[in-house]
Design a protein around this ligand. Structure first.
Ligand SMILES: C[S@@+](CC[C@H](N)C(=O)[O-])C[C@H]1O[C@@H](n2cnc3c(N)ncnc32)[C@H](O)[C@@H]1O
Length: 257
């Protein structure tokens, strides 16, 4: 099963990648967990991840966008939600999904091919979010779900997402964030740092699920992340906290360049 583009597919020794943001280590980590990625996503989030992506699709698929790009698309779940939402609204939107880990994208492509609707299924391609192979202003909307945190240079990734959008287009980021309520944060962190890495390792055989809470704890959220996104788009950012603030949808309009 071929996907467009072509990066070498390499797994790496697991001790190398934990905490590393080298592209080869990140790609190796996602390659290693790709067979169990979807199962663990839904299990560890008690299926809430599906609701979050659906919420994103409902909120961003407005104004009949002709072309949408989902970066760091992984196994394609957000691209599928965006496509389904477009169909629901009667839009003829073309959705492109890109990711730099071929084995993740291949799983996405398999899922796209099982969707009904022929021409309207998302297009899958292998591409680095820090160097997107599209001309400036190609898309009406660029999205990313739980991916930007893993990009080696977050500012460069956001700037690329903004660049490939037209002026007036939008960039949408769904990312984990810290719940602001102390009791909820305490309960959540016990689960996130205690239970999740253990279950994740048991099922995937990988320490990627130790990396996950650590990477979230280090990643900017709320106002701080909004500033980063605003620097990239030149526009203001609106925030939609989800499930007590465990995740947040950030939305920004691309301003005149
Ligand atoms: C946690 S997964 C998220 C996948 C999907 N968006 C979802 O909602 O489940 C992060 C994805 O980001 C991809 N990724 C990380 N850095 C990247 C980069 N620089 N360019 C493209 N993809 C990248 C990884 O390959 C991985 O598939």
């Amino acid at each position: 099963m071929a996907v467009e583009g072509g990066n070498p597919e390499q797994g790496v020794g697991e001790e190398r990648f934990v905490g590393s943001k080298r592209p080869s280590d990140i790609r190796g980590m996602f390659h290693d967990i790709s067979p169990t990625y979807d199962f663990l996503n839904h299990l560890l989030s008690l299926n809430i991840d599906r609701r979050w992506r659906r919420f994103v699709a409902r909120n961003v698929m407005t104004g009949n966008p002709a072309r949408v790009l989902d970066v760091c698309a992984g196994t394609g779940d957000l691209a599928i939600e965006l496509t389904n939402e477009a169909r629901r609204c009667g839009f003829a939107t073309k959705v492109t999904a890109s990711d730099f880990t071929p084995s993740m994208m291949r799983r996405g492509k398999n899922k796209f091919e099982q969707m009904e609707g022929g021409d309207e299924i998302p297009r899958a391609m292998v591409a680095d979010t820090m160097r997107l192979p599209f001309s400036t202003g190609t898309f009406d909307l660029a999205t990313v779900a739980f991916g930007i945190r893993n990009v080696t240079d977050v500012g460069a990734g956001l700037a690329e997402m903004a660049r490939v959008c037209r002026v007036g287009g939008r960039v949408a980021v769904l990312e984990f964030s810290q719940p602001r309520n102390r009791l909820i944060a305490w309960c959540y962190n016990r689960y996130f740092f205690g239970v999740l890495p253990w279950v994740g390792r048991l099922i995937s055989g990988s320490r990627a699920y130790t990396y996950l809470p650590k990477s979230v704890a280090k990643f900017p959220d709320g106002e701080e992340f909004s500033r980063l996104l605003s620097q990239a788009t030149g526009g203001e950012v609106t925030r939609h906290p989800l499930t007590f603030g465990v995740a947040t949808l950030y939305l920004s309009i691309v301003a005149e360049r």
